[in-house]
Design a protein around this ligand. Sequence first.
Ligand code: PLP
Length: 378
Amino acid sequence: MTQNPPDDLPAEEVGACLTIDLAALKANWRMMAERADTAECGAVVKADAYGTGISQASSALRDAGCRTFFVALPFEALRVRRALPDAVIYVLGGLPPGGEDVFVDHAIRPVLNTPNEIETWATCCRRSGLSLPAAVQLDTGMNRLGLSEDELEALPHRKDLLDAFEISLVMSHLACADTPEHPMNARQAERFDALRGRLPDAPASLANSGGTLIGEPFLHDVARPGIALYGGRALADRPNPMRPVVKLEARIIQTRRASAGEGVGYGLAETLKRDSRLAVLAAGYGDGYLRAAGSTESRPGARVHVGGYSAPLVGRVSMDVMTADVSDIPEDLVMAGSYAQLLGSDFTVDDLADCAGTIGYEVLTDLGRRYRRVYRDG
Ligand SMILES: *Cc1c(COP(=O)(O)O)cnc(C)c1O
């Protein structure tokens, strides 16, 4: 089954097509839910569901069985709420000043990260006479979001404050979950158990994708995977068991021949070593394809694929186009109007990230808005 979003662009008006495999997304969630064992498996759908489309991804995840969703910002929560009237939705970025009404009116749960946010939510609950649910985040060593031990201890009228609302989740975040053998993981799990012992009893959540794949002692009551659902690598230096979710294909605008010794693209950053057949593809950094994945004399760049054949990029990635050396691909496969795969099962999000010196998360969330988007399900 194929479905296109209403604002979809026709193929002949764009350069590239982004296909999002919702069946793979659902299969990935089911696999993470199995790994989560007796813990509930939620889903992190922040940043437009890692670039895949927050409404479509959330609906697909709900169909797979997911009931609890995590986003970074209130407007993202509203997108999920519109698609899923019954979902449990947490906003990881907390309660922005003056922003309580959105949470109350749409039954969205803030993740309270500071003493001030806890006070604001408690006041909001007292005023409305309702004990509304919220998560409390504890910092266990990452020094990012959440209450420190000192802040927790110093919380004024702690018992009154914490009794004013329903602590529906106590959470913390792992700093090194992509490295299972890192000693910080166990240290954070211990700190988490010690700190949450000082709060009223509530369901607990520590694991992102990495933590969920490592398993105990990180599973607790709710798992919060993100990257693994979208097919990205959650554990460094391990085979990635997830199915790719995104496929990106760019149209070949033009093919040309160029001779050994000639340069290609801006700055002539790469000189051809042999007489070559080149294909110019209709996608570039203006589409979110990372410029750092281009090829230079000193560092090979990303690869593209046509009919199972692989070809290297040559020269820099431009805003709208990039060039590949397709000399080793049969000529009848590489013609103006045919397509080359930039991302997919032949060359994954993490392969591109490795070429560009970044992580799959950034490749996914950079996926541009200039593509035709196609959602496939099954
Ligand atoms: C983004 C995020 C996650 C998901 O992390 P992944 O590594 O993508 O699985 C989980 N928890 C918090 C607090 C996050 O910010």
